[in-house]
Design a protein around this ligand. Structure first.
Ligand SMILES: *[C@@H]1O[C@H](CO)[C@@H](O)[C@H](O)[C@H]1NC(C)=O
Ligand SMILES: *[C@@H]1O[C@H](CO)[C@@H](O)[C@H](O)[C@H]1NC(C)=O
Length: 237
């Protein structure tokens, strides 16, 4: 190799190194939505594909007691849990509370396996372990396939009149030992009843019926909803 070639090679290597070091990293995934006197709401996009928007409230206490992931019904999104004060309340009690926006219809989300995988990815991306999964209404089409496949990853399950319960057998429900709190509104005469019939087969469940509340019972009776949820979370093993 001539001196000229060696110099060129050296220059090439130096350029590569500069490019490697100088290139911007992946975009910042997290931004602050707002900071109040006692809470900070963080939001961002998960790394997975499709990327999923999430928001969480930083806990005041340093150690998490448990991590709680909120899904949402068809007419709602992650903001619902912030507006209702649920994320802030849980955070004040020392829980890590994260809410996500379920993705728009896509090929990945068109099958049960795909939706279960998507939730798995969200938990991985957000480093949520031993989560308690809260699943109202339409989000059952994500939560139930996930529960059947990956209940060992859950510390608790809180179905709120979810869809999709009919897609699974009694035996499949029996096999899920996850502590479960079944919540529903007393005025919800359709999905609540249909799902209750099936969810009853989960071996370790308790049921709380929220008074004067319809299908979106957490909106109609937030006090009773928060009370029941905290009571369940506070007593998880
Ligand atoms: C339930 O099962 C039916 C038929 O097996 C399927 O077409 C449908 O997509 C499933 N629904 C959900 C929400 O998973
Ligand atoms: C059932 O769930 C409760 C929490 O709701 C828990 O304390 C208890 O240990 C669980 N029982 C079994 C047998 O897993």
């Amino acid at each position: 190799m001539s001196r000229y070639q060696a110099a060129l090679l050296g220059l090439g290597l130096l350029l590569m190194l500069l490019l490697y070091v100088g290139l911007p990293g992946p975009p910042e995934q997290t931004f602050q939505l707002w900071r109040g006197p006692s809470v900070t709401v963080l939001a961002g996009l998960t790394r997975g594909n499709p990327q999923i928007f999430y928001r969480e409230v930083l806990p005041i206490q340093p150690a998490h007691r448990a991590q709680v992931l909120f899904l949402h019904g068809k007419a709602f999104n992650s903001h619902t849990w912030e507006q209702l004060g649920t994320l802030q309340l849980l955070s004040k009690r020392g829980y890590r509370a994260v809410a996500i926006d379920l993705p728009a219809p896509s090929k990945e989300a068109s099958t049960e396996a795909g939706r279960a995988e998507l939730l798995k990815q969200v938990l991985r991306d957000l480093e949520v372990q031993n989560a308690v999964l809260v699943s109202p209404s339409m989000s059952g089409s994500y939560a139930l396939p996930f529960l059947m496949r990956s209940h060992h990853q859950l510390r608790g399950f809180v179905p709120i009149a979810p869809t999709s319960t009919r897609n699974f057998t009694q035996e499949q429900f029996w096999a899920v030992k996850t502590p479960t709190l079944i919540l529903y509104g007393e005025l919800d005469h359709t999905l609540a009843r249909e799902s209750l019939q099936q969810l009853h087969h989960l071996p370790n469940h308790s049921v709380v019926k929220l008074h004067n509340a319809g299908h979106a019972c957490y909106l109609h009776n937030p006090e009773a909803f928060h009370l029941a949820l905290l009571e369940f979370l506070d007593h998880l093993p």
